[in-house]
Ligand binder design. Sequence first.
Ligand SMILES: Cc1cc2nc3c(=O)[nH]c(=O)nc-3n(C[C@H](O)[C@H](O)[C@H](O)COP(=O)(O)O)c2cc1C
Ligand code: SF4
Ligand code: SF4
Length: 279
Amino acid sequence: MTVLILYFSGTGNTKFIAEKISRKLEEGDYTTEASSVETFDPEDVDGYDLLVFGYPVHGYEMPSFLKSYLSDLSLLRSKGVIVYSTIGYNGGNSLRSTAEILETEGFKVVGSEEFRMPGNDGLIISGKESDTVREVLDTDYNSSPVINEKVSNIAQRIGELAGNKVDENEVLKPEKKFTYVLLTPLMKLAFYLFEKIFVGKFRADESCVACGLCEEICPADNIELNNGKVAFGDDCYFCLRCINQCPVEAIQISRFTEGKFRFKGPMGNYRPDLLEQKN
Ligand SMILES: Cc1cc2nc3c(=O)[nH]c(=O)nc-3n(C[C@H](O)[C@H](O)[C@H](O)COP(=O)(O)O)c2cc1C
Ligand code: SF4
Ligand code: SF4
């Protein structure tokens, strides 16, 4: 069985989980391809038997730009999809709503998992010596029993499907958590206001060395470097990649991020500039 693991990862958490799933499956003799949606052509899905799809939760939801990408993954629709999310603190009903989007697009959801990881939103306003940052830096995410168990659950589910031990037509939608049915609209409103307020507040300060990295790695093509000056547009995904990756920490959102921590992924080595170009 050949498994395609597609993910979007602003700051490295979701990619880290994709790679763990890939390694686990390859131990079990599966062939896998783990690829960012930024570099994988959605038309190029021949030869894959199952899709694993991962995303970071933004305001209790999947980032909205991923919806149109899913619409383009047409050839995989008749096959199963296992969906996973990464969260910082609470994902609300995001897995459930993503499963509903996938179903509307014609996919069959056959499993799901939610992974708690460092919250990239809180980290960019946390002091470099704060307890929050210390805890993230001191945690070995690779050996986390909770993360490893969830990765194993995904591998086990794929094993059951591959071995025809379960009905492949059985849809396993994530459960709806009723506590969040009321909270979700409030969270959506808060996130909408957050986006409106902060979309115009990104700036590169005087320490910018015009290296061009932010322009190169922005997944939304929302950054332009002209005559040594960095300009941000209004089409931001709020993935926080640019602010965390700038080599001289020049990118700020308002004043809140000045002198604060920059997150380079759970292992401290996330390099979105090295995401493999597949086509
Ligand atoms: C704009 C924004 C909104 C977020 N909203 C939530 C949220 O509603 N719940 C949550 O638990 N984490 C939230 N987070 C934290 C991310 O989901 C979490 O850190 C995720 O693992 C990041 O994955 P990535 O490193 O692959 O981008 C948010 C992060 C951002 C940037
Ligand atoms: S990554 Fe940082 S230093 Fe490089 S151009 Fe962007 S803001 Fe300037
Ligand atoms: S400008 Fe927005 S979309 Fe682009 S890298 Fe920065 S946060 Fe992400």
